[in-house]
Write a protein that binds this ligand. Sequence first.
Ligand code: T6T
Length: 326
Amino acid sequence: MREYRRTTMLAGCGAVLALVATTAGCGGGSSNSGKKSLDLITGVKSDPFYITMACAAQQEASKRGVKLTVNGSAQWDVAVQRPIIDSVAATHPDGLLISPVDTDALTPSLQQMQNGGTKVVLVDTSVTDKSVGVSRISSDNEAGGRTAAKTLAQLMGDKGSAIVISVKPGVSTTDARIKGFTEEMQSNHPQIKLLPVLYDNDLPATAASQIQSTLAAHPDLGGVFAGNTNTAQGIATGLQAAGKEGKIKVAAFDAEPDEITALKNGTLDVLVAQDPGSIGTQGVDQALAAIDKKQVTQQIGTTMVAITKANMGDPAVSKFFYKASC
Ligand code: T6T
């Protein structure tokens, strides 16, 4: 079935800089047999991005009359997520929604589940092997990285040094953000000197010390791009500890409660928020479409919105704030 994709860029000073990439997915349709079983394995269970995704997936599963079991790693680690996949595989669910924490290491386990008849949907992160996943649903992370670069360059007055701090190499989403950010800076903001990317293993304390050592080594540091929530939290803490909050401009991905607070108090300057709820809802729908042998949409891009202090009070914007619980 035809896939419809619309991308609109809206911009205005202080207004919502919205990257709306929506694909009216086809597929879905009600499950016409008994209670089907779906599992969702998120990247990190305590992460508000994944909590928001799981809440929406649970709501959609209940609406569709299917059982959804949610699991997730305690931290961003292949060695933690693989046993969870293996224990879920042993239950032979009809469908699995998963955010793999690595682009390659978990592929054999996922292929094995697919070969056993489970329909696998990749939500948020994905894997290199295109044979894995009947559907892939995520933000357009490269575009989000470009938006972060454009906004940060503007805030920096197009001068000084900038640095990216992110999770770890081999995470499809944050790698794509870094790619988009770097390409935009190098192509359109050559006056800004990009420092080497640092990785914090999704640990805020590591990001906090990394930003402080960067400040000490680079007095001309003017901007930071935080690749996800935990990194943004750590950078905000590190800048506050160094007494530099508000002086160093920060663009960050995501919009979890601590980031919203940091945006309000001026430690963070712009958040590129995703729509994890839509990812979760569409993940359930695509899994059920595959189980029911209906049309499945292979690639779905979901919305992102750039949030600033100026527009965060707008309900059309605040609806993208992530939840810490359902
Ligand atoms: O940024 C999100 C998600 O998109 C990414 O794949 C991993 O980190 C988050 O969950 C936020 O912590």
